[in-house]
Write a protein that binds this ligand. Structure first.
Ligand code: SAM
Length: 190
């Protein structure tokens, strides 16, 4: 079923998480015994399927995307993958409008795959959403190698570098940039 979701994403011109990143997401969701996960950037549902596989069988994925048609596609992908309708809550809208409406300390894991320029804001919102010991993961932090390239870079890349610096310098956070896919920055709130 994953291949169908990947094909739909390709047709829609969307990047989906790589198989390696998907496997890591599944592992991370299982390792925090996730009952509640928030995702920014539903896309066509590839990352969501991996997260749902790693979560508890009664866990609910809350997934946010500004494009309702992407969410329709993901809804179909979750159904095709055999997940009951009540395993996912789809919220259409811009991440920074929706996240403030989600419950404080109500989530075990947050996965960020929306607008790279907003990742610092997603971090601030995630730290409010996560329970102590919860985990936030950011997709695409290598930016195809540009994050570590010393040449001039666009704002998006400079923002990603700032994000890496922020989490490394924080005494409240434990982080690791996993070399899967295009770089998955994982951050645990102590
Ligand atoms: C790379 S795709 C997500 C792929 C998905 N996580 C997967 O692996 O299947 C990024 C998605 O984020 C959505 N998006 C981009 N900026 C956003 C924002 N500011 N708020 C909400 N969604 C956003 C896009 O519409 C798109 O569906």
């Amino acid at each position: 079923m994953l291949h169908r979701a990947r094909d739909r994403a390709r047709v829609a011109g969307l990047r989906s998480v790589s198989p390696g990143t998907g496997a890591a997401l599944r592992l991370l969701a299982a390792s925090v015994d996730a009952k509640a996960v928030a995702e920014i950037g539903t896309g066509c549902g590839v990352s969501g399927i991996h997260l749902l596989h790693g979560m508890r069988p009664d866990g609910v994925l809350t997934t946010v995307d500004q494009e309702p048609e992407h969410q329709q596609s993901a809804r179909q992908a979750f159904r095709d993958a055999g997940f009951a309708g009540n395993r996912a809550r789809f919220i259409p809208g811009r991440a920074l409008d929706v996240l403030p409406r989600l419950a404080d300390a109500g989530y075990d894991l947050v996965f960020c795959d929306g607008d790279r320029q907003e990742y610092q804001d997603y971090l601030a919102e995630s730290l409010r959403l996560l329970r102590p010991g919860g985990l936030v993961a950011f997709e695409g932090v290598f930016a195809n190698g540009r994050t570590v390239d010393s040449g001039p870079q666009p704002t998006e890349v400079l923002r990603l570098r700032e994000l890496v610096r922020t989490v490394r310098e924080s005494t409240e956070l434990v982080s690791s940039l996993l070399p899967v896919g295009d770089g998955l920055l994982c951050v645990v709130r102590r």
